[in-house]
Design a protein around this ligand. Sequence first.
Ligand SMILES: Nc1ncnc2c1ncn2[C@@H]1O[C@H](COP(=O)(O)OP(=O)(O)OP(=O)(O)O)[C@@H](O)[C@H]1O
Ligand SMILES: [Mg+2]
Length: 393
Amino acid sequence: MFQTAPISAASQSEVTEQMAERLKTALTTHLQQVYAPDQRKSLRGFSATETAELLGVSGQFLRKGHSEGTLPEPAVNKGGRRSYSGDEIWAMRQSLEAGSRTKGKYLPGRREDDKLQVIQLMNFKGGSAKSTATIHLCHYLALNGYRVLAIDLDPQGSLTGFCGLQTELEFDGPTIYDALRYEAPLPLSDVIVDTYFPGLDLAPARLILSEFETETAVNAGRGAAFFERLSDALAPVEGDYDVVIIDSPPALGFLTLTGLFAATSVLVPMTPSMLDLASTQQFIEMTSAYLGVIEDTGVRMDHDFFSFLITRDDPSDIPSQQIVSLMRALFQDRIIPSTALRSTAIADASMLKMSIYEVARSDMTRSTYDRARTSMDAVGADIANLVQKAWGR
Ligand SMILES: Nc1ncnc2c1ncn2[C@@H]1O[C@H](COP(=O)(O)OP(=O)(O)OP(=O)(O)O)[C@@H](O)[C@H]1O
Ligand SMILES: [Mg+2]
């Protein structure tokens, strides 16, 4: 049972300590209800229709493939419907790609000489849907055959939670902090964990990551520049991935700048409201100043794209649509063409630390699910196009 008596304590630090304690108990209880204690998060099965769509083949092609034994025989659920696991979809991509005449049709990732794409999502405005956009992008790309590494650069660890690691409960392994810290850093490969989502690995975060801000201030001027720490850490594992997606904290501190330096592209998620517009303006102005400081050290940063992503978009809300139009007029192709629609399906899924891709269509009102999924797919496809463009395709 939760404590509900009024909090009274001698000092403000004790008051806040008790507040933190209560919240922790409530969170732990919530998480234990969502995930049975010994149960790890797992990915749902995908219907034959959805699998065919993901692979870009017809249902008939799939049926033929498994009757001829060239594709795996999927499980059949209680209703007699075929269902493919994420691993099976991944394995099918590999075998289809091996037999395909069009290179990259089923595995659209890097080819020889293509450089690793590192996309950072950043905006110092809290709640601009950075983490939600990040996890949807990671899941979209992984489902579409890219090898993805998610890096959680936010001490709040939202992305880590979305990836099924509960820092509040059982997870106590190394985190990205251990790869970035100044004293005896670990190789990034010791920090990366694979997730239950095929194609997606994670460098997790927890609260201690905020120490990087203080340690960087203390270490200023000693040894390699702080902003090189993430890109240096990434170098040894870069061959394992096609795309790296970085979620950042709602601040323009050393962590965000470290990500920005490692990034080959930047997405600025933004909710179309007047307050967010003003805040985003300040954010871009500050970013420009910091980039200038980094460039003054003689380093050049070339981002393949630096674009805005409109999030929590509500086409029926006229004032917000005026802001969307203004942004499009000001920045044209620096606005991702598709927007992430505001959707109760996405909000509901995120309560369970899930993306829309983890929810089965049959678990929600179909039209609500379809609208959210179509919107997230469109955003994912736009960004995948930019990635392909960066590779010259
Ligand atoms: N497309 C959407 N439709 C509905 N709700 C959304 C959508 N995208 C995000 N949200 C909700 O908005 C809130 C903020 O999202 P999120 O945590 O992703 O923002 P953030 O920018 O990462 O926040 P922070 O700055 O704290 O890191 C969450 O409650 C999330 O569920
Ligand atoms: Mg976040």
